[in-house]
Write a protein that binds this ligand. Sequence first.
Ligand code: GLP
Length: 261
Amino acid sequence: MEVIIRATLDACTSIAATIVAKHLRERKCPVLGLATGSTPERLYAELIAMFRRGEISFGGCTTFNLDEYVGLDASHPQSYHYDMRTKLFDHVDLEPSRTHLLDGCSTDLRAECRDYEQRISTAGGIHLQILGIGANGHIGFNEPFGSLSSRTWVKILSRRTLEDNARYFQDRNDVPRQVITMGVGTILKAAHCLVMAFGRQKAEAVCQMIEGPVTARCPASALQLHRRTTVILDEPAACLLQHRADFEWIERNKLPWQRYD
Ligand code: GLP
């Protein structure tokens, strides 16, 4: 894994935006995997700003979101459909028919999962997958102890994630217990994974993901098996890493074309 640690959220965001912009500029039909939650919010705001300055375009771009709550329709303010529309889609030149999200209200969720895998495959696979990480090490909504080779599936949220995500809902009993998510195996098929993690509450999960064993106890640790994963951390999220000096050594010795800033 390539690990990049920066002092400020602005510096982290700038590197993440540079990576996304590179994909948008260099590929004719880029396919982006998108995440929701608080972590990518600044990145999306920066991409909107870059689009408005004429520096990037999403024309020709296809997107696939990681996950969705079961039972929330696209107009529900806590649905990831709604989140993506308000935080990115409505503000850039993405063609709506090319933005794919899982339908958590499908009457046949298993068929929805199969169809999503098919749609990703028809698009030619995901070039860049943006990821956050849960405090318990989940990626997408792949909770601990699920299969590390899973494909898009329906999962039951852990109590920890239910508690963590309750802040977005009026009542914690409103948080759906079931979710539909790309599997860990689906994520691992992306050509490049970009993980961002900010804040002390992510430090344990970050440490397990990067320095721990590959284990279903921390689904994000499966990214150690991925051929190209970049992790961008702020100081609090990086504070438990034991091998920070090694990551900094690698960064210092990169060739110019290997650098993002
Ligand atoms: C959520 C989402 C994940 C997200 C993670 C972290 O439950 N399903 O895709 O990356 O948990 O969320 P946040 O960025 O709000 O901390």
